[in-house]
Design a protein around this ligand. Sequence first.
Ligand code: HEM
Ligand code: HEM
Length: 226
Amino acid sequence: MQRQLIWDIPTRLFHWLLVLSIVAQYATAEWMDNATQWHFYIGYFTLGLLVFRIIWGIIGPEYARFSQFVTGPKQVIAYLRTLFDKNSPSVAGHNPLGGWFVIVMLTLLIIQAISGLFMTDDIFLDGPYRAMADDSTLDVMNTLHHLAFDILIWVIALHIAAILFYAVYKKQKLVPAMLHGKKDTHSPAIKSSKLVLALIVAVLSAAALYYAIDVLPPEPEIEEYF
Ligand code: HEM
Ligand code: HEM
């Protein structure tokens, strides 16, 4: 076994920025008064992170790619059989079960961020897509924004519980690898973090977001009072 670079820098940055953003989104929605504007800005940033991760999942280094860690039911079942086996070898990237869990988390987060674009604080601030949607769409989006988070809280709790399970029961420490990127493994290392490509993808994601948030939606109608 050799110490090999598995998680590229952009994937690690994505993860920890995502964690900070979700905590901030919870704080600005639930704990702080008058923080809705910040909730919007951080929500756009989170959406940008997710757009980046989707593209990175297609063109990023080996272990960041969806095609590497999204497997069929056979692999998932085979992996499930070894789940409580203390000596099962650690997997270099996401394991077959964890891979699907990542997809569930990303999907819920995307639903959360997109439904937010239709929300209102009922006082001053409307999400950029609110004016474009009819009442039944707004109802659905409002339900989704609340429901997705109620589910996300449990999914995140399970994510952290799984990491603890691996550390305590299986003696596999996954968190250090998400920090420095390296794991002791027989699998090959990635050649590089593809930082220039990541920068281009980040700029493209930001541009796509600017278009979706600032250019695409119509100007909000200003009500005139006489
Ligand atoms: C808001 C809370 C969190 C969210 C939404 C979240 C989300 C995610 C996502 C989407 C991934 C997949 C990474 C990728 O391939 O891009 C991931 C992986 C990971 N997360 Fe989190 N995470 C959260 C909190 C945490 C915390 C607090 C820890 C540390 C205790 C942690 C440790 C890890 C580790 C170690 C992995 C890699 C798992 C593996 O080796 O397969 N996460 N997380
Ligand atoms: C992934 C990103 C996001 C997360 C995790 C998130 C999370 C939350 C949470 C937990 C709540 C409170 C729900 C409740 O009370 O049950 C909330 C409310 C809200 N969110 Fe988000 N949100 C996100 C993105 C957005 C975006 C992009 C917008 C708009 C551009 C937005 C607009 C709102 C509004 C207007 C409310 C209602 C605030 C109020 O009650 O005054 N959210 N969000």
